[in-house]
Design a protein around this ligand. Structure first.
Ligand code: BES
Ligand code: ZN
Length: 644
């Protein structure tokens, strides 16, 4: 009902995306404000994709067959989400329109369809006219082509790859990008199984978030099945000159040849991470867990595509120091992929749970010290965001109406979510909380749920079962109030005390750098990050030079440490660091690593000029979503357009 009102708003030209949250009725939990799909009338249950990957025209072209469950016999419009798709034909099975007696199963007839007005954030509703029917199932085929500028797709030239010989193509659908390469119900509350036939040039390999066959012949034809039902944002495809290396009985790494050996070494602990997770959270229900290493332009650290996590190569530091990203994406196999957020407002159910699970895996596999250091660094990110964000955006179940769902990806769902679960863990005790978690994953397996459904389950299975430990109001405050509750259980790490001492001593001039080097021998990457992140806003050239001479930060192989160092380079105007900074910005496209550097550069006129010059070179190599983010930093919307 509300869904059609919203579609109506868009139809009449009053964009839903432009409407301020306050103008709208109270928010309805479970209603996805970021999809046009009429999910109360139809539910897609299965996709059959047949797509040709055309790197020359930068398009995917082909057909998707949708198997649809009809919930409303009177419904005459099937509304799907799309973005910049060119649809040439929509057909349904003849028997579905003409009655059960006629024609064979395979006869398809065209149906009328039209697009509604384009919304800048949500894309375009595709409305397909279907006759009313009492049949429970409907099959629809859509012939279509994607746009070369589809935001979920990146097309890389051979030069932009490690091997330099062949192009690379991949999708990044979360949160609402899937509609730019498949017309579907692009809402996480709809789950589908799928099959796919992918046609590629013959010199590359295709992989998907599905059953992959590492031994598939390179003949330009790849077929996939995905037997587990997943939300649309977890459908993923990548095509490139990929090699495969096994890392365990059910784990392996796909990467370009020059990287595959280093990747397999870096990710050698994946199988033990799975074993740990199964002990803690219940069985791994996706058969295999493989890792795909993307080119450096990949816009996120990792993406939890089922059976095949997509990972940035910037995680390969050579010493496994950044593999908590793997623990994180693997943990999504329980929180996120098995139990998914029903709408983007509920993202914390994916990311907060996953951060908590990640900590548990890291603690079990790499020890409590490392776990605590990483949690302390995470808390720092949360504090920064709490200082930066409006109170309304500090709550876990955020109101995202009228906004790009990308706005939800702050430290709030991640770190505040993790602290909420840490709090429950501390209050109820590990044994009770672990049993609760396992029960939660079993109970909601392969379902998509709202914050309210979680809260009700929590009430029944933890709060009511052990009365007097945590009250309903305390849970409500965690979920719906800004800031952090006073009794949050915050991480502390003893490993940072010597780092603080060394830094203070060095800053105070009491120690020569030589001593500092001695004192810092054996420091973990997390300690170095803490060392740099807590420096004064800027240092003198002499100080920067001293640090660089001893620790060679400018040439670090660790992309996270590089990020922290280059922030200091910019703030301290440390000229010898600028050359590498420019290389860094031109090779890495991971938003979290580069956006803060551009922001820092933009604070001075000279820096802004440099940012613009480097960005002009780097921009063609960035992913469309990174481009959008950096464009906004370099050309911030003017005050006037803000007020509109
Ligand atoms: N699901 C996210 C990736 C994502 C983020 C997709 C934002 C779309 C928008 C993934 O699980 C994630 O959280 N990745 C983190 C790494 C993690 C260790 C916190 C990232 O990319 O930094
Ligand atoms: Zn995540």
């Amino acid at each position: 009902m509300l869904r059609s009102c919203l579609a109506g708003l868009v139809l009449t030209g009053l964009s839903l995306a432009g409407a301020a949250a306050a103008d709208l009725a109270p928010m309805q939990p479970g209603l996805d404000y970021h999809s046009f799909a009429n999910v109360e009338q139809f539910r897609v249950t299965r996709l059959e994709l047949d797509l040709r990957v055309d790197p020359y025209f930068k398009t995917l072209r082909g057909v998707v067959g949708l198997q649809i469950k009809r919930l409303d016999p009177n419904a005459t419009e099937l509304i799907l989400d799309t973005r910049d798709l060119n649809v040439s034909d929509v057909t349904v099975k003849a028997q579905d329109v003409l009655g059960a007696t006629s024609k064979s199963e395979t006869t398809w007839v065209s149906r009328p369809f039209h697009f509604q007005k384009k919304d800048p954030i949500l894309g375009q509703a595709l409305v397909i006219e279907v006759p009313p029917s009492t049949k429970p199932t409907l099959f629809v085929r859509i012939d279509y082509e994607t746009s070369p500028t589809a935001p979920a797709l990146q097309w890389l030239t051979p030069r932009q790859t490690a091997g330099k010989k062949r192009g690379f193509f991949y999708t990044q659908s979360e949160p609402i990008g899937a509609r730019s390469w498949i017309p579907l119900q692009d809402t996480p509350q709809v789950r589908v199984t799928y099959t796919a036939t992918i046609h590629t040039p013959t010199d590359v390999v295709a992989v998907m978030s599905a059953k992959n066959d590492p031994k598939a012949p390179r003949n330009g034809l790849y077929t996939f099945t995905m037997p587990e039902a997943v939300p649309s944002y977890l459908i993923a495809l990548a095509v490139g000159d990929l090699a495969f290396k096994e890392t365990g009985p059910r784990t392996g790494v796909y990467a370009e040849k020059p990287l595959v050996k280093a990747a397999a070494q870096e990710f050698a602990d994946t199988e033990s991470m799975i074993e740990t997770s199964e002990k803690l959270f219940g069985p791994y229900r996706w058969d295999r867990y493989d890792i795909l290493v993307l080119p450096p332009s990949f816009p996120v650290g990792g993406m939890e595509n089922p059976r095949l996590s997509f990972i940035t190569p910037t995680v390969i530091a050579g010493d496994k120091s950044l593999v908590s990203v793997i623990a994180h994406e693997l943990a999504h196999s329980w929180s996120g992929n098995l139990v998914s957020n029903a709408t983007w407002r509920d993202l914390w159910l994916n990311e907060g749970f996953t951060d908590y699970l990640e900590s548990r895996i890291v603690g079990a596999v790499y020890g409590e010290k490392r776990e605590m250091m990483e949690r302390v660094l995470g808390l720092r990110e949360l504090r920064d965001d709490l200082a930066r964000l409006e109170p309304a955006d500090q709550i876990l179940a955020i109101d995202l109406r009228g906004r790009d769902p990308d706005a939800v990806f702050s430290a709030i769902p991640y770190e505040k979510g993790r602290l909420f679960l840490t709090y429950l863990d501390a209050k109820f005790g590990r044994d009770h909380f672990d049993a609760f978690l396992r029960g939660y994953f079993d109970h909601f397996a392969f379902k998509s749920i709202t914050t309210e459904q979680f809260a009700a389950y929590l009430q029944e299975n933890l709060l009511d079962r052990y009365p007097g430990v945590v009250s309903r109001d305390e849970v409500t405050a965690w979920v719906s109030a800004p800031g952090l509750p006073d009794d949050a259980v915050l991480p502390v790490s003893g490993e940072f005390a010597p780092v603080d001492q060394a830094r203070a001593a060095w800053l105070g001039g009491g120690l020569a750098p030589k001593r500092l080097k001695l004192d810092s021998s054996g420091w973990a990457a997390q300690q170095w990050l803490y060392f740099l992140d807590n420096m004064p806003a800027s240092l003198s050239t002499a100080q920067m030079k001293e640090l660089d001479q001893w620790f060679e930060f400018t040439h670090t192989a660790n992309a996270e440490i590089g990020h922290s160092w280059f922030l200091l380079v910019i703030r301290s105007r440390y000229q010898p660091g600028y050359g590498r900074l420019e290389d860094y910005l031109q090779t890495i496209g991971r938003r979290k690593l580069i956006a803060p550097l551009y922001e820092e550069l933009m604070k001075t006129p000279a820096g802004a000029a440099q940012a613009k010059r480097v960005y002009a070179l780097a921009r063609p190599g960035y992913h469309p979503e990174t481009v959008a983010a950096i464009d906004a930093i370099l050309n911030p919307p003017s005050e006037e357009s803000d007020e509109q």
